[in-house]
Design a protein around this ligand. Structure first.
Ligand code: SF4
Length: 215
């Protein structure tokens, strides 16, 4: 089965797959994505309303200290490091980009706490520039479904998916694979017994588990 046919099936499972990070502008999206590293979108959405009320603009955050940010985000992982990165990236935005979140990969990855995945999310989600962000779900699901080799690096996953999928589907693909990985093909307990992609799945361990469960 071709990648696009598999995506069609996942789309029937999750027709409303979309960005789950609540945001009103590029600054809020950037902060939310930085905060979401190694934590859930739900956890991020719980802290951002109060954070953005206290620091409503990039200028406000640039003038803050990490210690002032910490109490607002301490319920999420790595909060001390994230607080430092937020202040630092806000300062860079003010000093080098007039407070505007840049719209190129080259400039975005220069900001503290911003890697290729975060940059791709900003490009596709806010600027509507075709990009395909690879997070842990996208990587895991792409390997299980045989879109990419098992030992592919994150960058290789991104490049391979971009070759196999048309540009106008990149953004949606990111969300489809995240939803499929987050709610169905979970890291530790994938729902193989009710998986419409069982026959094309390349994860032998998971497939044999389903056979054992059925017997
Ligand atoms: S069969 Fe299991 S491991 Fe394979 S794609 Fe489906 S849920 Fe994921």
């Amino acid at each position: 089965m071709k990648v696009n046919e598999i995506l069609d099936i996942i789309e029937t499972m999750f027709p409303n797959a979309d960005c789950e990070l609540i945001h009103r502008n590029a600054y809020e999206l950037l902060v939310a994505v930085v905060l979401s590293a190694q934590t859930t979108d739900v956890a991020v959405n719980k802290v951002t309303p109060a954070l953005f009320e206290k620091f409503p603009t990039v200028n406000d955050m640039a003038l803050a200290t990490p210690k002032e940010i910490e109490p607002y985000i301490q319920s999420i992982g790595l909060y001390r490091n994230k607080a430092k990165n937020l202040v630092s990236l806000a300062k860079s935005l003010v000093e080098s980009y007039d407070g505007v979140v840049p719209n190129t990969m080259e400039d975005l990855v220069k900001l503290d706490g911003v890697g290729r995945k975060t940059a791709n999310v900003i490009l596709s989600e806010w600027y509507k520039i075709p990009a395909l962000a690879v997070d842990t779900h996208v990587e895991r699901v792409s390997k299980r479904l045989g879109f990419v080799k098992k030992d592919a690096s994150v960058l290789e996953v991104e490049m391979t998916l971009k070759k196999k999928i048309k540009k106008d589907r990149w953004r949606k693909t990111h969300h489809l694979l995240i939803f499929f990985g987050r709610y169905h093909c979970k890291a530790l307990k994938p729902d193989c017994n009710h998986c419409p992609l069982f026959d094309v799945c390349k994860d032998k361990k998971m497939k044999s588990k389903r056979k054992m469960d059925i017997v």
